[in-house]
Ligand binder design. Structure first.
Ligand code: ADP
Ligand code: MG
Length: 361
């Protein structure tokens, strides 16, 4: 941008600030969130009071600063005047690190949005939120989960061998067994249940060798639905399928990804004990992600539970393991995907998005 053009924009920005922000009655200057205004040069031209406390510099000091003094260069663009790869013309939100006084780093969440004067973008509002505490809690939780996972995997390994022996001998005994058939069936099905739990526990903790291959998303989902068909019939569940993808594929471990969708669909079925319908939506986003939604009309997940849902062993079911959600979460994370859960007492929507794999023709 030319010098004269920057001068003109800076002049407009100053008028904007004088009229809209820098007034005692302005809602903005009294904002409880720390925010500053940035001109097109990357210079701080307005700073609210709360910034002093957060950043440890006085307002006059801050007004001498450029964006590059506060943010690490890794989060800035080439000319150090704005954030890395984030257009000034639209709202952006991301996590970053800032350096403040005394020389230390702080984790913040940054929201930046443009200031428009007539049709020109003349600067940006930058709102900061201290997320040090949240980050610490997240880290602590993941450490706790890792320990719980390791412990669980260790136990699972130990139990697997005796269970295999029990299962084998039980099989041998079947021929000579003349007792109540139901008792035998119960023992057999409970042993099978223990095996299912052990399998889930081991996924949670051991980085088993994954087989990554190219998978067509729609056929992967069709296979899952075929597997679940009898269980849905049994529970009076109707499935509606709305896919708008064609032959797009993803790179992943087919068995693991199937397990993820089985877990989510199973939960959806279990959330509707009196039957109902499940909608499976699939589409490709603009960012070329495959987006799959599993929507049920069940009891929903209470808001305070959503945050804890990926913790191992969290369950509200009498015979639940509390492992379906954390196992699925881990698998999707390993596939560089994302999970978004929305829920109310009318039902739950689990949205999984996974990067697609494009074959170069
Ligand atoms: P489990 O199904 O064995 O309880 P999960 O990890 O699969 O373990 O799920 C944990 C808990 O999350 C469930 O017990 C349930 O309370 C809640 N949950 C998960 N999915 C749903 C859903 N679709 N609707 C309502 N509650 C759900
Ligand atoms: Mg489950």
């Amino acid at each position: 941008m030319e010098r004269d053009e920057i001068k003109r924009l800076n002049f407009l920005l100053q008028i904007y600030i004088d009229v809209n922000v820098d007034k005692d009655f302005s809602v903005l200057s009294k904002s409880a969130d720390p925010f500053f205004i940035l001109n097109m040069d990357g210079q701080l031209v307005y700073v609210n009071d709360v910034c002093e406390t957060l950043l440890g510099f006085s307002i006059p000091e801050l007004l001498q600063m450029r964006l590059s003094r506060i943010f690490l260069s890794t989060s800035l663009n080439e000319s150090q005047t704005f954030f890395f790869e984030k257009g000034r013309e639209k709202l952006t939100n991301f996590d970053a690190k800032i350096s403040m006084r005394p020389e230390s780093l702080m984790d913040v969440n940054v929201t930046a949005f443009p200031i428009l004067f007539n049709k020109d973008v003349v600067g940006s509002y930058v709102v900061l939120k201290d997320i040090t505490q949240i980050k610490k809690e997240r880290q602590l939780l993941s450490e706790k989960q890792a320990v719980a996972g390791q412990l669980a995997a260790g136990i699972a390994h130990e139990i697997r061998n005796p269970i295999t022996a029990i299962k084998g001998f039980l099989h041998l005994m079947a021929r000579d067994y003349h007792g109540e058939p139901m008792y035998y069936d119960i023992v057999e099905s409970e042993v099978a249940r223990i095996e299912v739990i052990l399998k889930e526990l081991m996924v949670l903790a051991t980085p088993i060798k994954k087989k990554y291959e190219k998978l067509t998303i729609s056929s992967l989902l069709d296979q899952v639905l075929a597997l679940m068909e009898s269980q849905m019939l049994l529970n009076n569940i109707q499935v509606d399928k709305k896919f708008s993808f064609l032959e797009e594929s993803i790179l992943g471990d087919g068995n693991q990804l199937k397990q993820v969708f089985i877990n989510y669909i199973k939960n959806a079925i279990e959330a509707m004990p009196n039957g109902g319908s499940i909608l499976i939506e699939g589409s490709i986003t603009e960012e070329k992600h495959a987006q799959i939604r599993i929507i049920d009309q069940g009891c929903g997940i209470p808001p305070d539970m959503i945050n804890r849902i990926n913790e191992p062993f969290y369950t509200t079911k009498e015979y639940g393991t509390g492992l379906g959600m954390p196992v699925s979460y881990q698998i999707i994370e390993e596939h560089k995907g994302k999970i978004d859960i929305t829920s109310s007492n009318k039902g739950t929507c689990i949205e999984v998005s996974l990067p697609t794999f494009y074959k170069i023709k």
